[in-house]
Design a protein around this ligand. Sequence first.
Ligand code: PHE
Length: 344
Amino acid sequence: MSIWEQLRQIKEDGLRELENFLDAKELDSIRVRYLGKKGELTAILKQMGKLSPEERPAVGQLANEVRQALEAAVAASQEKLKEKELAARLEKESLDVTLPGKRRPLGGLHPLSIVQNDLIDIFQSMGFDIVDGPEVETDYYCFEALNVPKDHPARDMQDTFYLGENLLLRTQTSAAQARVMEQRTPPIRIVCPGRVYRADEVDATHSPVFHQMEGLVVDKGITMCDLKGCLEQFAHEIYGPETKVRFRPSFFPFTEPSVEVDVSCSECGGKGCRICKGTGWIEILGAGMVHPNVLRGCGIDPDVYSGFAFGIGIDRLTTTRYRVSDIRLLFENDGRFLSQFQGR
Ligand code: PHE
């Protein structure tokens, strides 16, 4: 084969091979085989010395053409390969945006909030305003104004967290009573929900922080009948119309007369069970007619006005409604417990 033919053959073979390579590795080996230092083209150029001086320029030119053609074909193939690789990568990394997303767990209301919201709804529908009071309270509003002077034995009823000589964590939402009576003139009809604190040992039924809702009604001609009617209505709305309501005489320094209110146990219907500790009744609140001393201390004339007050235990309402056997569950904020409640 003449050197001319050899060059044309190399070009033809090279271009054909460059059209049918499989991958980057094969492409590179084709390139080395034809264009490398020890490649076929170089081998032929080494024979140039044997040519006559007349032939050399023309053969040189052809060799250059062949080299350029092959180099161009290699470059084009490399480009094609890159495009193929990019397409493959995009294919592999592509996202299907129509796939369903990962669901994040949604929070919900705490059972205490659900019950508190229900209470607010009930009392709002009876015309009560919702008020807020401070959890850090003065001795005056928590005790003194409620007819519990210093050294009064009734202070022992409630073990208090003191923050200073006259500053404390309120032990009862009753602390809101005097604040409201000082600020408003009768007729007064408010409820005040919130946290209260007592230095109690923690067990299944006691917690140093718990929740109450205070109620206060002051107007001309308010009697014990109003108290009974209002609280019976409330109990039936929260526990159902078949629930029995019982008023027991009791004592609170700021009400006279005072009562404690029980409802028939919703679990056993009054027969006696674990929830009601065998009595058939569940105590849900303390109440009474506002003591004349309390009215007077707030600048309200007890000969003109009278009123009633009540304090509902929200935690007790919550544990009995949802049959929660241990009050501590309400404060541990375990998601597995909390996720079982639905309400607004
Ligand atoms: N404050 C009382 C308690 O915590 C409840 C109560 C409120 C009683 C209002 C009478 C009137 O036990």
